[in-house]
Structures are given as structure tokens and as C-alpha cells.
Ligand binder design. Sequence first.
Ligand SMILES: [Zn+2]
Ligand SMILES: [Zn+2]
Length: 343
Amino acid sequence: MRALVLNDSLKLELVERARPAIAGSRDVLVRVYQTGVCGTDRSVLVGKFSAAHGVIMGHESVGEVAEIGVDVTNLAVGDRVIVNPTLYCGRCGPCLDERTNFCLNKVGTEVGIDRDGSYADYLVLEDRFLHRIPDGVSYDRAVLAEPLACVLNNLDAAHLTPGDWVILIGGGPIGLLCAMAARYLGSPVTVVERDEYRRKQALKLLTDIFPDGITVVSADGMTSLPPGPVVIDTVGNQLAFAVDLAAPAGTVVIMGYDSRAEINVQPLKILQRGLRIVGAGDFKGPHFLRAVALTARLPLEKLVTHHFPLEEHEAAFAALAVGTNQSYRALKVVIRSTTEDSE
Ligand SMILES: [Zn+2]
Ligand SMILES: [Zn+2]
């Protein structure tokens, strides 16, 4: 099969690999339809996050069941499925406490980072990490279920009271998914984004879906915002601004991943205003189920601006400002493994 593999110089290479085979009785062979490019993939290629050399990357994927192990009863050949790439053991303390993203046996199990992922024709996973796509939901919508699960976990961490105004720093795909989910749950939302192209896209996309309760401002506009009860930093290096934007007794959620960021914050600001600063990580098992269910109701596919075949992976990442001097020209980029035209 074809596969995009991370080489020693942190570049993706399209190679031929043996098709993975079902080994355990609960294993499922998935024919990959497509995979969303995650900010983490981008971070690996620009040296901000590490992944195993030689691994097939890609983890936000959807596809069709091609073969099942003898003990698989909840899925059948031909079912359309969403991959949950955050594997867990289900038996350790954190897993039994439903904090599966902090599983003690997680090392080496992250799909597309430590073990082979889905920028390929096929993928094998246990049945419990595959979820049937709700009827009528397109692959373009379903491919955003995994990032939506992250968003739901971070909104939960904010202890969002229905109607609470949410300020989102960053108008990339994760910021906009946060905006969609928070607005859907009843919160008015303000997105702060410094890039003009992304600001325009954000405003159009969000106001197309929601008739009211959405504002999009530039970084300059941020200074005139009144403080809000919930501020989410989807960039990962904006903690100092986030603290300044939070109202007394407010919550700041650190959501974006940036392994190089180090921030100066005045502790007194946190103390005097009684702020709560939290991180939530990616998602727990139950969030994934909620995200899959929500695909039936939120038009997530509006975030997808580009599709590329596996062969054009360089162009796919170039649209996200990797290996080029150009800035972002895309929101969500999706890499198709299938050669079929339509779904
Ligand atoms: Zn991801
Ligand atoms: Zn565990």
C-alpha cells in the first residue's frame, strides 16, 4: 500500500509499505478514505513536536471497514467509521476514572506519532477505537470529529455555564471548532485572530452558521474588549494576554500545543482576580462519543478548505505554511487516500 512516512530529516516521503494485517481477534482493517492534517502534524514537520522516525503519520481519519477479526461484533465490513487515535488500556487508574488521555500505558501508542497512522491506504486498530459514522454524515464532516472531541474536553475544563461569553484566542481550525461548539451550546463567542485572511474566513464561516452572538476581532481590537468569564488560548503561547482578558473569578484554558513557549505572567494578577488557569489535554473517551454524536448536528465540513491526494502531500503542507515562505492559505486541509472521486 501507499504510505506517508516521516524520514530522519523530518520530511514526509511517499513509500510502498506492506498492508497491515489483522493480528488480534478484535482487530479491524480500515480502508482509509481521508485524514485531516492536524496542527500536531505540522508541528512535527517544523520541529516543534517529536514523532517516531519511520512512522506513518496521520491520525484524524475516516474510512470503511475492510475486514474484521473473529470476535468483532459491533462493526461489519462496509461500515463507515471514524478513528479514535488516542489509544488507552482501559484498566489502569486514570482509565478506570475515565481520564483515558492520561492512561499510564499510553507511551508509544499515539496513532500517527508513535505507531503507524492513516496517511496510507489501510490502518488496523482494535474495534473499541472505531466509531460508526452517523447516517447521512459526510466523510468531510466526520473527519473533524477527533478535533471536536478535543474541543469538548476543553470547554468542559472551562466549567462553562450556559450563556457564558467565551473569548477564543486564535482563529485557526481549532479556534473555529471551539467557536462553533461553544455557540451551539448557547455561549456568545469572540474570536481574536491576528491574520487578516483567517479573520475574514472566520467571520464568514461562523456568521453563515449562527445568525447572532459571533464577533471576530484583530489583536489590536483585543485591547478594547471587556474582560470575559472564559478565555481559551487555542494558540498555546498567549497565556499572558489570556490572563489580561479574563474577568474576576474567570477561567483561562490553555489549549494550543506549543512545546517552545515560555511565558512571563504576574502571579499577582491571578491571585487578586481569583482566576482559574487550567489545561485539559486532548480528550477523554466519553468526549469522543459526544463528538461523534454531534457530527449529526454541526456543519463541521465548512472548515475544510482544501483536499489533496497522498501524492501531493508537499502541496498540502505548503498550504499550511510548511516548507514555503508563504503564510497560511487554508483552514482545514484534508489528505485523501482514496482515488475515488466522490463518497
Ligand atoms: Zn490531532
Ligand atoms: Zn490506561
